[in-house]
Design a binder for this molecule. Structure first.
Ligand code: LLP
Length: 424
């Protein structure tokens, strides 16, 4: 049986492997719930983006919000990627993982003065500015530090990415970016500000996009703006086309990264913009399919209306189903030769929203291990400590080697910074 997602997660006989490591063996060694990643899958994903860009001045800035674990960052840095960050915390992580600040772009609609200062002192490549107000504050902060902030305006092209409303960002009604019709005026304003150097233009229209069409629409709108801005004598050196490329969770058929990039470059060249530096900010497409979440079945609870398969992973480990009703594949780490039953796979958290999958056909017993597929992106990075659950451990695999890249969080670590009130 071919599983959706990565070729590096596959059955050999009845045993589920990630690369050359059986997941059950990793669960025995490191415990559950456990995130396991294939480094080869990450490297291949990065190579896919790069292959279509060979010979061009380009930078692939991995959107580290998708998975910001240090060893994951290290993997992409070693693969030649820059990073897209959205907070001072992500900047600290990026530097701790060995990132070159000259290859970091700083996105986000609400950068604080402290974060701006931190990024200016580090010397990041570019601030992706999202409003006029932010631009003014950045100018003031940079001037005080006697530094220059290179900026790009995130423009909102007002195109529908055709994705879930919570992860769609390129529509007028979204909080992101500068409205298309305001952009030229804002660029003009930027050139008058001290401490600001205009470097480029960017857009990001949403996430889990499975078609090329919305990207081409957005690109055309962005190139229209580039032409209008340059007609004012303002040079834009780079085009940052954001992230958003989808992956296969079930039966989605997103374009391959190299096909998407080729289609975009073709349009860029046709319109005479081929000399510009090209940036992308992919997150999910680089890590999503590289990871799984392994969890142990605690109890089976048959019922009249529904039967439940209660596992030791929960919504705090895997927010996507609860938050977006996202469908993620769930398969046994060892297949049983038995008739499946239909279960809702749920966690131990005291919320009805705590489910990982609904109406899944599974042949399982208590003590079995299940793997949630395509759990490399927006799972660990969105994990919480709800119900005072420590976050899961993470393991990176390459071939038949496995490394613990994050220890399981202990409850005592969760309340370490808390204080009891003085006794009266
Ligand atoms: N650039 C910017 C400015 C972004 O806001 C994002 C994602 C990316 C790049 C990377 O997008 P990607 O290539 O990963 O689609 N938590 C949601 C996804 C939220 C995406 C937020 N922004 C989920 O689990 O589906």
């Amino acid at each position: 049986m071919i599983l959706p997602g990565s070729p590096h997660v596959a059955y050999r006989g009845d045993t589920l492997f990630i690369e050359d490591c059986p997941l059950a063996g990793l669960a025995a060694e490191f415990g559950t719930p456990l995130f396991v990643y294939s480094q080869t899958a990450m490297r291949e994903a990065a190579a896919g983006w790069r292959s279509a860009l060979t010979g061009r001045d380009h930078l692939i800035c991995y959107a580290m919000k998708a998975n910001s674990s240090l060893a994951v960052l290290q993997t992409f840095i070693e693969a030649g990627c820059g990073l897209d960050i959205v907070s001072g915390g992500e900047l600290e992580r990026a530097l701790a993982a060995g990132a070159d600040p000259e290859r970091i772009v700083f996105s986000g609609v609400g950068k604080s003065r402290t974060e701006m200062r931190q990024a200016l002192e580090a010397g990041v490549l570019c601030f992706n500015v999202e409003s006029e107000a932010e631009l003014d504050v950045l100018s003031a902060v940079a001037t005080r530090l006697r530094r220059t902030a290179r900026i790009s305006l995130r423009v909102n092209p007002d195109v529908d990415a055709g994705t879930h409303p919570y992860i769609s960002t390129g529509l007028k009604a979204n909080k992101f970016g500068v409205a298309h019709q305001r952009a030229v005026a804002v660029y003009r304003h930027a050139t008058t500000l001290p401490g600001i150097e205009v470097a480029g233009i960017d857009c990001h229209i949403g996430s889990q996009i499975t078609e090329v069409g919305p990207y081409l629409d957005a690109l055309d709108r962005v190139l229209d703006l580039v032409e209008a801005v340059e007609a004012e004598g303002i040079r834009l050196h780079h085009l940052d086309l954001g992230g958003g490329l989808g992956i296969t969770y079930t039966d989605e058929t997103p374009p391959a990264a190299d096909a998407l990039v080729r289609a975009l470059l073709e349009r860029i060249d046709e319109r005479g913009h081929g000399h510009r530096r090209i940036l992308f900010e992919p997150g999910r497409a680089l890590v999503g399919n590289a990871g799984v979440l392994v969890s142990e079945v605690l109890y089976l609870k048959p019922g009249d209306a529904k039967s439940f398969c209660i596992v030791d992973a929960a919504m705090n480990d895997l927010m996507r189903p609860a938050m977006y009703e996202a469908w993620m594949g769930i398969v046994p780490c060892r297949r049983r030769d038995a008739a499946p039953s239909i279960y809702d796979v749920v966690g131990p958290i005291c919320e009805s929203g705590d489910w990982l999958g609904r109406d899944r056909a599974l042949a399982v017993e208590a003590g079995d291990l299940l793997a949630v597929l395509s759990a490399g992106a927006y799972c660990m990075s969105m994990a919480s400590n709800y119900n005072t659950r420590g976050r899961a451990a993470e393991v990176m695999v390459r071939g038949d080697s496995a490394w613990l890249i994050r220890e399981r969080e202990k409850p005592s670590e969760l309340f370490r910074g808390e204080r009891l009130l003085p006794k009266v």
